[in-house]
Ligand binder design. Structure first.
Ligand SMILES: [Zn+2]
Length: 434
């Protein structure tokens, strides 16, 4: 039974504040008795943003808890036995942080508000995966890269808008089931549930293979949203054919009022910086990042991994998916991709480091993303298309919405499809030997 999240949120748009009642129905499928629950509370990494008003489990207040940085650990009065279920309720307030202006000395922040946008991402406490014998899988944030690991869970979100302009448009991880100031969403088999609201969004709607796609841009971007929509439709079509079905009913693509692209379940952000340098060509960051983030709906969303310890498993696959997209639809743009996106940086470094292993964002990206994509290209050439793409669709089938993918599982799945000797490739790109 996947964990069920029922979240009632009241967003005061003017005050930039959210009050939330969150009910989590959790079944202990870890095989171990649990004496403690650990929640990831990313909003608590910001000062004076998250305040917990109450925490109960099975109707009883959990008085013994510790909240430090992104970790909320609560002791249970009686251990939760394997197979047992528990209903947990959290009531909390968010005073949203202002998203800072971009600077070279800090990573882009996504959570919070700017003059024209409110982003609720990783905004509620959630239970990370629990590994038998190891415990709750919750990592510290780092200066770059993503540190969170998500279970696949089911969501019902009720959003009430207060003090909001009539023109407010809300983008979300799922289609809204009602209109007006009360919005209801349901999303199954997802890593998280995210929202982005702005009174300025211009919306470009389309669909692909039954999936509704909506692109939300600021009005000064002209018709760039239509280009993004077209490329996202093609990417969704290609990745469905290569990897397996798209996991949700909808995809929201949101222009970010910060300088970063970022994937979430059924929703991703595209940096306004990529819009600024877009020249209409498929050989451009805006389009490559569009299809990269689309690919995360398979590598991150459908097939989960430990983004902190083995980031190559989603990032290398999504970067290589950029190439696959151009090769399928816009081969004339491949020289741009190879020269500007990859070779320009003369990437070095291992593919398989954790986010904590590199000396900065650039070495991290060069190793994990860029050399990761080179590794996958070499691997494809070595094992052949049938084994390579067969392995990727096997991974989606075997790991989709289930266990987290690991490097070992990647290579074991490949070994079932191909007996080719890849030791030299692994030695060239990896520090650890599978
Ligand atoms: Zn990525």
């Amino acid at each position: 039974m996947p964990t069920q999240y029922q979240i009632e949120a009241r967003l005061d748009y003017l005050a930039k504040a959210v009050s939330v009642v969150e009910v989590i129905r959790y079944t202990n499928s870890t095989g171990e008795a649990l004496s403690e629950l650990v929640f990831a509370v990313e909003a608590n990494r910001y000062s004076r943003v998250f305040s917990l008003e109450s925490l109960t489990a099975g109707g009883e207040a959990l008085a013994e808890y510790e909240l430090e940085k992104n970790r909320l650990a609560a002791r249970l009065s009686t251990s939760l036995q394997p197979g047992e279920s528990l209903e947990i309720e959290l009531r909390f307030q968010l005073e949203l942080p202002e998203i800072p202006e971009p600077g070279d000395d800090r990573r882009p922040e996504l959570f919070g508000y700017t003059e024209r946008q409110v982003n609720l991402v990783d905004w509620y406490p959630y239970l990370p995966p629990y590994l038998a014998g190891e415990g709750w899988l919750l990592h510290d944030a780092w200066y770059y890269g993503e540190h969170q690991v998500y279970e696949s869970a089911d969501y019902v979100v009720d959003l009430t808008l207060v003090n909001a302009p009539d023109t407010l448009v809300v983008a979300a991880s799922a289609p809204a089931q009602s209109e007006g100031t009360h919005l209801r969403y349901e999303l199954k088999g997802a890593r998280n549930f995210s929202l982005s609201a702005s009174p300025e969004y211009r919306v470009f709607n389309g669909e692909q293979g039954g999936t509704a796609i909506a692109v939300y841009t600021f009005p000064f971007e002209g018709n760039t949203g239509a280009d993004i929509l077209r490329h996202a439709q093609q990417a969704l079509d290609l990745y469905t054919r290569l990897y397996g079905p798209y996991p949700h009913d909808s995809l929201a693509i949101v222009e970010a009022d910060f300088l970063d692209g970022m994937e979430f379940s059924g929703l991703f952000f595209l940096s306004k910086g990529f819009f600024n340098i877009y020249d209409g060509s498929p050989g451009s960051y805006l389009i490559s990042i569009t299809v990269h983030e689309t690919a995360h709906q398979w590598w991150y969303e459908t097939v989960g991994n430990d983004q902190a310890l083995e980031p190559w498993l989603d990032e290398a696959l999504c970067t290589y998916s950029e190439y696959l997209y151009l090769a399928e639809y816009h081969p004339e743009a491949i020289p741009w991709w190879q020269q500007v996106r990859v070779d320009f940086y003369q990437p070095e470094g291992p593919v398989d480091g954790s986010i904590y292993d590199y000396s900065g964002y650039i070495p991290y990206r060069n190793g994990v993303y860029l050399r990761g994509a080179k590794f996958l290209a070499d691997l494809r050439e070595r094992v052949g298309d049938d084994a390579f793409f067969g392995t990727l669709s096997d991974l989606v089938q075997h790991y989709g919405q289930a266990d987290l993918l690991t490097s070992d599982a990647f290579f074991n799945t490949l070994a079932e499809r191909s007996t080719a000797d890849i030791q030299d490739l692994v030695a060239e790109y990896f520090t650890a030997q599978p």
